[in-house]
Design a protein around this ligand. Structure first.
Ligand code: ADP
Ligand code: ZN
Length: 439
């Protein structure tokens, strides 16, 4: 294997050329089809579609495999998709249930080892090194952002602090006492932490943190910029989902130009969310993923519902694993108001670009008669929430008009005091749906 010039890597797999990646994918696709058909579910699905390991001749043959959906996983609850005896399984995780009942995923020890190494190389490409002290501020438990990242950080060799979610006071104390240089933090919590530091009068520049790994929920470039500026860190986007292990699926490298998806471990497709036809590079569609190395519970062509696309061009880091664009939202996140399609991230993009806007907002949907309406509650920064009604009215108007430019409808805007909207320790709830209730 010829390595790209001077590439500093943690795992040789980072340095694979396109040809090598594709050859490995084909070999592993055949293998995973064979393993998957040990579960009753895939045995039947694959037989119906006439797919066997031997019949896979090229990577395009992946399209002959039927899609797997979240409903399929729920239908096979609890053990229907496992491919090894239960005594070979060593870990269970579940999705956080953002959209309905959770789904469970099982891992063998080999699966956990592979996941830890994917996670370790992900951290490495974002500039994390064994000399770093790493604090994981995601919730531990069934959620993969806890243990998933944890084992990756240990594999990389960082001193790893399993802080878990919440308790900002303790988080800051740990950061200060142990000279923490890298954090994993959910973006909405990172924004909240900014407010907390302000309240406590702690200057982020006095903290030793240089890198924040942010992910697990949709967020905009505007949110990243705020986190970088207000926490005085470099922030790197981390994408994953429990069905594909969790974190360590796709990660930004130091160039911050999209997320390298680890193609030796996953086949990644972008399809039209309505016709399911494959889309060319550069177009946005639904991300579909196949596990290539998982043994205890392989999943084929999983429809993630996440909307993104491949970014064209080479990355200056030299890695040839393709890059995904920032996730724009989920297909089931879309809000339709007055016939216009809106994604919550469009609202965030507008709000966080306005300097007077604070770090939290909430989109409320309600019915007026039979018509769906949208109201955006926006926290203002402390210094801008003044008694002067005229000044407030003018900020409100400005927010409204920026939202109209982006969304093409004019939502009601309500500015509220800083720190007054509900916050969660885990993934933020950006939309509160009160439709049906006539208000
Ligand atoms: P749930 O689907 O119940 O939230 P998971 O905890 O497995 O379960 O979360 C995975 C989902 O979280 C992804 O499908 C995606 O919608 C979202 N997600 C994870 N990381 C990111 C990210 N970096 N950017 C945007 N969305 C993300
Ligand atoms: Zn790169």
């Amino acid at each position: 294997m010829t390595l790209p010039q001077n590439m500093d890597y943690f795992d040789r797999a980072e340095a694979l050329s396109r040809d090598e990646i594709e050859a490995l994918q084909l070999e592993r696709l055949k293998h995973v089809v064979e393993i998957a058909s040990r579960s009753p579910f895939y045995q039947e699905r694959l037989a119906e579609a006439g797919v066997t390991a031997d019949s896979i001749k090229s990577l395009d043959d992946v399209r002959r495999i039927p899609y797997t959906t979240k409903d399929d996983l729920r239908g096979q609850y609890p053990y229907g998709l496992t491919t090894v005896p239960t005594d070979e399984l060593v870990r269970l995780h579940a999705s956080s249930g953002t959209t309905g009942a959770p789904t469970v995923i099982f891992h063998t020890q080999a699966d956990l080892d592979q996941w830890a190494s994917l996670m370790a190389r992900s951290m490495f490409i974002a500039g994390v090194r064994p000399t770093d002290v790493f604090q994981n501020m995601a919730g531990y438990g069934l959620f993969t952002g806890g243990l998933g990242i944890h084992y990756g950080a240990e594999r990389l060799g960082c001193l790893t602090i399993p802080a878990g979610a919440g308790n900002s006071k303790r988080q800051i104390k740990l950061i200060q006492d142990f000279n923490v240089s890298v954090l994993h933090i959910i973006p909405s919590y990172a924004l909240y932490l900014v407010t907390y530091l302000e309240k406590e009068g702690i200057d982020p520049k006095t903290l030793p943190v240089r890198i924040a790994l942010i992910g697990a929920e949709p967020h905009t470039e505007e949110a990243r910029l705020r986190i970088e500026e207000l926490l005085n860190v470099k922030a790197y986007n981390s994408y994953g989902l429990s069905e594909m292990n969790g974190p360590g699926v796709a990660f930004e490298c130091v160039h911050q130009n999209g997320l390298h998806v680890w193609e030796d471990a996953f086949i990644t497709e972008i399809v039209d969310p309505e016709t399911f036809e494959p889309l060319p590079e550069g177009e946005t569609g639904e991300l579909v993923m196949t596990t290539l190395t998982r043994q205890g519970m392989p999943i084929l062509r999983y429809r993630t519902k996440d909307l993104t696309g491949f970014l064209p061009g080479d990355c200056p880091c030299g890695r040839e694993h393709r890059r995904l664009d920032r996730i724009k939202g989920r297909t089931d996140d879309m809000i339709i108001i007055k016939g216009v399609n809106i994604y919550p991230m469009q609202v965030e993009q507008v709000l966080l670009a306005i300097p007077e806007v604070g770090q939290n907002y909430l989109i409320e949907l309600y019915s007026e008669g039979y018509i769906d309406q949208m109201r955006v509650k926006v926290e203002l920064k402390e210094e801008h929430f003044v008694e002067d009604m005229r000044a407030l009215g003018s900020i409100q108007k400005r927010i409204s008009s920026r939202l109209r430019d982006e969304l093409l409808i004019t939502p009601k805007v309500e500015v509220v005091q800083h720190n007054s909207l509900p916050k969660t320790e885990g993934k933020a709830q950006r939309v509160s749906d009160m439709r049906q209730e006539v208000s």
